[in-house]
Structures are given as structure tokens and as C-alpha cells.
Design a binder for this molecule. Structure first.
Ligand SMILES: CCCCCCCC/C=C/C=C/CC(=O)SCCNC(=O)CCNC(=O)[C@H](O)C(C)(C)COP(=O)(O)OP(=O)(O)OC[C@H]1O[C@@H](n2cnc3c(N)ncnc32)[C@H](O)[C@@H]1OP(=O)(O)O
Length: 280
């Protein structure tokens, strides 16, 4: 409690205000001087995206819009893991109602993040596989701390990245590089990611990443907000529409793929290998 008070006091002095008071798995703050919001994922141990975390991310994105944020930085409170991607436990031996809700919430969150009116920057301060990479790809600018990995590794797990995951990557690094990376399920090192254009900047640590992210958002200070946001909408509309018009089909395809016995077997082995690694 005392710690919370000190923290709140320190934040107030530095002009940082806490939003999303009820959120537990994310924190949303806004810098009152710049209007830039920071959305931090904080679901231990690895920010895997389960239904509850996705719900909080989605609500925070709306709150940042309602608060007229000038920009948003997406990052993690865990210096080591940005996000481990989708929570595999949501997909392994799933409860049908819950897994439907989970996938629908993932679609909703991606559509919202991909289309925000405000500029978005991912400060990738840790590993960022699969769904974690998707979140970063959905932002307009990616800044990554050195010595981590990022990529869409689904094929390695015996599952398939859906078309909108693929399109998000193609829009950033192009068809040829995406084809190679996705079919191999390649995880890029920070250096490799920079070379291929998957990330825009390499930094030493999160603090430097945050400074650079603020500088990126500041570039838009003199660009009329609506002209910018409409340009972004039109640039991204085709990609988003391909999911918006097919949400039901996409959900059904996901259910069909993920409930296949061989996909379940792969996921089971993968969970076990993660657990074995964690106990070593
Ligand atoms: C037309 C439409 C077609 C539709 C087709 C759809 C088909 C299906 C689509 C699915 C798409 C899925 C995308 C995904 O995002 S799948 C998830 C992929 N994620 C990964 O492969 C990452 C796995 N994790 C790791 O590599 C590491 O954990 C890492 C993130 C590098 C962090 O390493 P470290 O800090 O050393 O942490 P540990 O490995 O020790 O892990 C700590 C505990 O966390 C558990 N864990 C890790 N990742 C996940 C996860 N993604 N989900 C759930 N749980 C996870 C791990 O087991 C440890 O647990 P415990 O402490 O209980 O042993």
C-alpha cells in the first residue's frame, strides 16, 4: 500500500497519470505533458495472451482513444519477454465456448490495434514469438532491445499462422522474406530483424527504447491528427477488411485446425517441452 502511494506520488510529480484503474494484467498510463499513453503487458510469467489479457488490452486501446491520446507505446513490464504469444493452454484440450470467445477477442484486439487513429510504437523489451510478434507488427514502428528474438514460429509448433498474421508480416517485410520466415517458423535475432526490416531500431534497454518511441510519436506533432489517421486507415483498410468480412469463417477455420488430433498432439508436446525447459 505504502509502495503504491509512493509510486503514485512519483508518477504525479513526473506528469504520468494512471488510467485503466481496474486493469490487472495491463497498466495504462498517460504522460499529461505529451499526451502519449503507455500500455504495459503485465501477466506473469511471460505475458502469454489468454482471454483475460486480450480483454484488458482491447479495453485499454479504447480507453486511450477516449482519452484523446496523441500516441501509444506498447511494451512489457517483464524485461526479458515482450509476450510469449497466444496462451497455448487456451488452445490445448479447449473448452469450446471459451476457445471461441478467446479467438473472437483476439480478432477484435488485432482489428483495434491495427487501426488506431493515434500512432503506435512497440518497445520490444524481450522475446516476442508468434502472437507477441503479431502485436508488434500491428504497431507503426518497432524498437527492439538487443539480444532477444522475434518471429512467427507457428509452423514449428505444427500449427498455421492465420492469413491476417501473415498479412501483418508481409506488410512490413514483403512477400519473399515472409514466405521464407513463415514456412521455416524462423525466430529472428534483434540484429536479423533489423536487417530484414522487421524492426526499425535497436536499443540497449527499455529506457532508451521509450525515449526513442516518444521521439517517433513526436514527429507527428505538426501533422493534423485526422489527416494522419485517415491516411493510416486507407493504407491498412484492405488488410483489416479481409478479416472483418470473414470473422466467422476465420473462427471456424481456427477451430477446425486447432482441434485436429495432430495439432493437439503437437501442442501437448510443445507444452511439455516448455515445462521441461523451465524445470531444468
Ligand atoms: C484461415 C484461418 C486459419 C486459422 C488457423 C489457426 C491455427 C492455430 C493458430 C494459432 C496461432 C498461434 C499463435 C501463437 O501465438 S502460439 C504461441 C507461440 N509461443 C511460443 O512458441 C513461445 C513459447 N515460449 C517460449 O519460447 C519461452 O517461454 C519464452 C517466451 C522465450 C520465455 O522464456 P523464459 O523466460 O525462459 O520462460 P519459460 O520458457 O521458462 O516459461 C515460463 C512459463 O511460461 C510457460 N509458457 C511459456 N510460453 C507460453 C505460452 N505461449 N502459453 C502458455 N504458457 C507459456 C512455460 O510453460 C512456463 O510454465 P511453467 O512455469 O508452468 O513451467
Amino acid at each position: 500500500m505504502a509502495l503504491l502511494c509512493f509510486q503514485s506520488l512519483r508518477m504525479l510529480r513526473s506528469g504520468i497519470r494512471c488510467m485503466s484503474q481496474n486493469a490487472q494484467l495491463v497498466s495504462l498510463t498517460v504522460n499529461d505533458k505529451t499526451g502519449v499513453a503507455t500500455l504495459s503487458l503485465q501477466r506473469p510469467p511471460v505475458n502469454s495472451l489468454n482471454l483475460e489479457l486480450l480483454t484488458e488490452i482491447s479495453s485499454a486501446l479504447t480507453e486511450a482513444t477516449d482519452n484523446n491520446s496523441r500516441g501509444l507505446i506498447l511494451t512489457s513490464t517483464n524485461d526479458g519477454v515482450f509476450s510469449a504469444g497466444l496462451d497455448i493452454l487456451e488452445m490445448y484440450k479447449p473448452n469450446l465456448d471459451r476457445v471461441k470467445e478467446f479467438w473472437t477477442k483476439l480478432q477484435e484486439t488485432w482489428i483495434k490495434l491495427y487501426q488506431t487513429a493515434y500512432p503506435t510504437v512497440a518497445v520490444i523489451n524481450g522475446h516476442s514469438p508468434a502472437g507477441g510478434c503479431l502485436l508488434a507488427l500491428s504497431c507503426e514502428h518497432r524498437i527492439m532491445v538487443k539480444n532477444f528474438t522475434i518471429g512467427l514460429n507457428e509452423t514449428r509448433l505444427g500449427i498455421v499462422a492465420p492469413p491476417w498474421f501473415i498479412a501483418s508480416m508481409v506488410n512490413v517485410i514483403g512477400q519473399r522474406q515472409s514466405e521464407r520466415a513463415l514456412t521455416l517458423g524462423h525466430m529472428f535475432t534483434t540484429e536479423e530483424a533489423k536487417n530484414v526490416g522487421l524492426i526499425d531500431e535497436i536499443v540497449q534497454n527499455k529506457a532508451e527504447g521509450t525515449t526513442q518511441a516518444e521521439a517517433f510519436i513526436q514527429k507527428f506533432a505538426k501533422i493534423p491528427f485526422q489527416a494522419r489517421s485517415l491516411t493510416k486507415t486507407w493504407l491498412r483498410n484492405k488488410t483489416v477488411e479481409s478479416l472483418v468480412k470473414n470473422r466467422e469463417d476465420d473462427l471456424n477455420m481456427f477451430l477446425q485446425v486447432v482441434t485436429q488430433p495432430n495439432a493437439q498432439e503437437s501442442l501437448g508436446h510443445y507444452i511439455q517441452s516448455l515445462k521441461n525447459k523451465a524445470t531444468k
